[in-house]
Design a protein. Structure first.
Ligand SMILES: Cc1cc2nc3c(=O)[nH]c(=O)nc-3n(C[C@H](O)[C@H](O)[C@H](O)COP(=O)(O)OP(=O)(O)OC[C@H]3O[C@@H](n4cnc5c(N)ncnc54)[C@H](O)[C@@H]3O)c2cc1C
Length: 402
C-alpha cells in the first residue's frame, strides 16, 4: 500500500500549481532579468496574474475569489517565488490585506473591497514599520485622532511599505490611545484608501503622500516606499471591523495576520531555494574542471545534497504550518519555525549555488546573481530570524509550562 506523503497534493492543488509553474517558466523567468535590471514594475506579468485569478486565491467564492486554503496558497507562492520573489511580493501584501478583511472586517467592508481585490483591480499594502522601528511594533508613533466630525486624522511616517505606490488600499497600524498600558491596547488598524500609482494624493485622499521608491540591493520591480500622513482624514467606518469592534484592536489583528504572513514568507524561501538548487544542478553538469563535469567532484555533490535536503525540509515545515492553520489548530510556533528555517534555507541554498557557479555567479549574465541579491530580504520581512527565535522560544515555554 502506498504511504501518503505530506507533500501529496489534491487534484485541485496539482492542477493550479502546475498552471502557476508553467506561468513562471514561460512568463516570469524569461522576463525577470529585464525588470530586475531596469527596476521596472512588471505590469504585463501582473496583468496576466489578474487574468489567472491569482489575486483572489484565498478570497471566498461569494466575493469573486477562488476560496482556496492557505496550504494551496503556499504552494502557489512557492511557484511564483521560484520564478522571481518580487512577483510573489506583489501578491503577498494583498493576500495579508484580504486575510485581515476576511477575518476581522465588517460585512460592509468585505462587500466593499473584496470583489475588486479578488480581480486584482484593487490591490492592497500593509504597513507597520516606521523609520525608527520595525521589530518593536508597539513603539509605533504614527497616530490617529478623532475629529469633531467623527473622522480620524492620521499623522506620521511609515517605512518600507511593499506596494506602497501601486496599491489602492493600505492596512495601516497606528496609535489611537497614547496612554494605553500595555501599549498594544492603544493601536488601531485603518483601511487607508488612496489613488493607485499617485504620489501626491488630493481631494478626499489629501494628506497621503508616497515619496519616491527606496533604492534597494535586490527585490527590484516591486516598489518599497515610505508613506507620509499629514492631516489625512480617514472615516471612522474605515477602522478594520468598524469603530465599535475595531478601535484599539489593531495590534492583535496585525499579529494574527503576520502568522499567515510568515507561512507566506516561508513559501517564498522554499521557492528561491528550489530555484537555486535547479540552477546548481544544471550548471554543475555543464561546467567541466579537471577533466570532468564539476558535479562529479564530491565536494560539489555534497553541496547539492545539502541544498536538496534543506529544500525538502523547508517545504515540509511550511506545508505543516499551513495545514495546521487550515485545520483551525494553533500554528504560531510552527509558522515561526517554518519562516525561520525556510528563509535561512533560501539564503544558504542561494549562496551554495552561487559558489557552484564560480566566477560566473558574480556575473549579471547569470540568474544566480539576482537570487543572491534577492534572498536576504526573506531574513528580514515579517520578522527577522532573531525575532522568529524569540517567538518560537516564547511559544515553546507557553506550551511546556511546568
Ligand atoms: C524590502 C523590504 C520590504 C518590506 N516591506 C514591509 C511592508 O510591506 N510592511 C511593513 O510594515 N514593513 C516592511 N518591511 C520592514 C520589515 O518588516 C522590517 O525591516 C523588519 O521587521 C525589521 O525591522 P527594522 O528594519 O526596523 O530592524 P530593527 O527592528 O531595528 O532590528 C535591527 C536588528 O536588531 C535585531 N533585534 C531587534 N530587536 C531585537 C531583540 N529584542 N532581540 C534580539 N535582536 C533584536 C533584529 O533582528 C535586527 O537584526 C520591509 C523591509 C524591507 C527591507
Amino acid at each position: 500500500m502506498a504511504v501518503a506523503s505530506p507533500l501529496d497534493k489534491t487534484d485541485e492543488q496539482k492542477a493550479i500549481t502546475d498552471m502557476v509553474r508553467q506561468f513562471a517558466d514561460e512568463q516570469i523567468l524569461p522576463n525577470a532579468e529585464h525588470y530586475d535590471h531596469e527596476d521596472e514594475f512588471p505590469e504585463p506579468i501582473v496583468e496576466q496574474m489578474r487574468e489567472l485569478g491569482l489575486f483572489g486565491v484565498t478570497i471566498p467564492e461569494e466575493y469573486g475569489g477562488m476560496g482556496l486554503d492557505l496550504t494551496t496558497y503556499a504552494m502557489i507562492v512557492e511557484e511564483l517565488s521560484r520564478g522571481w520573489i518580487s512577483i510573489s511580493g506583489i501578491v503577498n501584501t494583498h493576500f495579508i490585506g484580504s486575510y485581515l478583511l476576511m477575518k476581522f472586517g465588517s460585512e460592509e467592508q468585505r462587500q466593499k473591497y473584496l470583489p475588486t481585490m479578488a480581480t486584482g483591480e484593487l490591490r492592497a499594502a500593509f504597513s507597520l514599520s516606521e523609520p525608527e522601528l520595525g521589530s518593536d511594533v508597539q513603539a509605533i508613533k504614527t497616530s490617529a485622532k478623532r475629529t469633531q466630525d467623527g473622522d480620524y486624522e492620521i499623522n506620521g511616517q511609515k517605512m518600507w511599505v511593499t506596494n506602497g505606490l501601486m496599491s489602492g488600499l493600505v492596512f495601516v497600524l497606528v496609535k489611537t490611545d497614547p496612554e494605553a498600558d500595555p501599549r498594544h491596547r492603544g493601536m488601531t488598524c485603518f483601511i487607508a484608501e488612496k489613488a493607485p500609482g499617485v504620489a501626491e494624493n488630493t481631494g478626499e485622499h489629501a494628506g497621503f503622500t508616497v515619496p519616491p521608491p527606496l533604492k534597494k540591493m535586490g527585490y527590484k520591480g516591486v516598489e518599497s516606499t515610505e508613506l507620509v500622513f499629514d492631516g489625512y482624514r480617514c472615516p471612522a467606518e474605515n477602522i478594520l471591523g468598524g469603530e465599535d469592534e475595531g478601535l484599539n484592536k489593531g495590534f492583535a489583528q496585525m499579529m494574527d495576520a503576520l502568522e499567515v504572513g510568515r507561512v507566506n514568507v516561508a513559501a517564498r524561501g522554499v521557492g528561491i531555494a528550489q530555484r537555486a538548487l535547479e540552477l546548481g544542478l544544471r550548471y554543475s553538469q555543464e561546467r567541466k574542471a579537471f577533466g570532468k563535469p564539476i558535479a562529479q567532484h564530491q565536494a560539489i555533490q555534497f553541496k547539492l545534497a545539502d541544498m536538496a535536503t534543506q529544500v525538502e525540509a523547508a517545504r515540509l515545515l511550511t506545508l505543516r504550518a499551513a495545514r495546521l492553520k487550515d485545520a483551525g489548530e494553533r500554528s504560531d510556533l510552527e509558522a515561526g519555525m517554518a519562516k525561520l528555517f525556510a528563509s535561512e534555507a533560501g539564503r544558504t541554498c542561494v549562496e551554495e549555488s552561487f559558489r557552484i557557479h564560480g566566477g560566473y555567479g558574480y556575473s549579471k549574465e547569470y540568474e544566480i546573481e539576482r537570487l543572491y541579491r534577492d534572498a536576504p530580504l526573506l531574513l528580514i520581512g515579517e520578522g527577522t530570524s532573531e525575532i522568529q527565535r524569540m517567538v518560537i522560544g516564547k511559544k515553546l515555554l507557553e506550551r511546556h509550562k511546568l
